[in-house]
Write a protein that binds this ligand. Structure first.
Ligand SMILES: NC(=O)c1ccc[n+]([C@@H]2O[C@H](COP(=O)([O-])OP(=O)(O)OC[C@H]3O[C@@H](n4cnc5c(N)ncnc54)[C@H](O)[C@@H]3O)[C@@H](O)[C@H]2O)c1
Length: 250
């Protein structure tokens, strides 16, 4: 399929995991992709992968927790591609599953700053451009947008907030023909867990709690993202689409 020919797309957190898989998927279907990440080497690697596959992409360094940097990122996409059709707001950090008592002020501010404020800054900055193209936004929420876990208070709070932003912006932007949706993954096999204390125990816990019994691949999240961003989803806005192997069905 080539659903995104001549479409201009920004992918934040595009240097790894879900962002990388989604950037590649958009490019394979004809989009020009601004691969934005705080780690420029990772963004460069994604762009090289896309170029090797014959796609069109540019690397861009951004810290999504800075509203000024996020505004410049949107302007850079429009400057490079002439317009903006789709924002995939995906960059986030975890609090390593820390219980509430261990979340100090700096960790709280960092997680909320990247995950919640970063999502707000991205949608706010992209909207004026998306109004012109009748474009849309897809956000990476989480099963943590739907309920608490045993640890990870800051992450869960940030992802509940992200779900609220999707609802709010969807209502506000509909009048301008812009759709805002989210995917809510469960466990996905990416680098986000690097640095956690006991990764094997966490992986066992995720598998045990997931009816489908395994982690998703990043590509299995990319496919629903592309669906939500495509014209096939033209009557869908304000939706949080669970892609969680059934975790929240239990
Ligand atoms: N992996 C999972 O199990 C899982 C589950 C549910 C939701 N998610 C969500 O999926 C999204 C992508 O995560 P992933 O699993 O692919 O993780 P990942 O760590 O593989 O990729 C995240 C990318 O975001 C970048 N990033 C981090 N902070 C940034 C910042 N301030 N500005 C710009 N870029 C920044 C990182 O450098 C990295 O390249 C996140 O929103 C995450 O919360 C992941």
């Amino acid at each position: 399929m080539q659903r995104f020919i001549d479409k201009a797309v920004i992918v934040t957190g595009g240097g790894s995991g879900i962002g990388r898989a989604t950037a590649r998927a958009f490019a394979r279907e004809g989009a020009s992709v601004l691969v934005a990440d705080i780690v420029s080497d990772r963004a460069d690697e994604t762009v090289a992968l896309i170029s090797d596959e014959g796609g069109k992409a540019l690397a861009y360094q951004v810290d999504v927790s800075s509203s000024a940097e996020v505004s410049r990122m949107c302007d850079a996409a429009v400057e490079a591609f002439g317009k903006l059709d789709i924002l995939f707001s995906n960059a986030a950090v975890i609090d390593k599953g820390a219980p509430s008592a261990e979340i100090d002020d700096d960790l709280w501010a960092r997680v909320i700053g990247v995950n919640l404020s970063g999502t707000f800054y991205g949608i706010r900055a992209a909207l004026p451009h998306l109004v012109k193209t009748k474009g849309n936004v897809v956000v990476t929420a989480s099963v943590a947008s739907l309920g608490g876990m045993q640890g990870g208070t800051a992450y869960t709070a940030s992802k509940f907030g992200v779900a609220g932003l999707v609802n709010q912006f969807a209502c506000e932007a509909a009048v301008d023909g812009v759709r805002i949706n989210a995917v809510a993954p469960g466990g996905v096999d990416t680098n986000i867990f690097d640095g956690m204390d006991d990764i094997p125990a966490m992986q066992r816990m995720v598998r045990t709690n997931t009816p489908l019994g395994r982690f998703a691949t990043p590509e299995e999240i990319a496919e629903p993202v592309l669906f939500l961003a495509s014209d096939a989803a033209r009557y869908i806005t304000g939706t949080l689409l669970r892609v969680d192997g059934g975790v929240r069905s239990k």
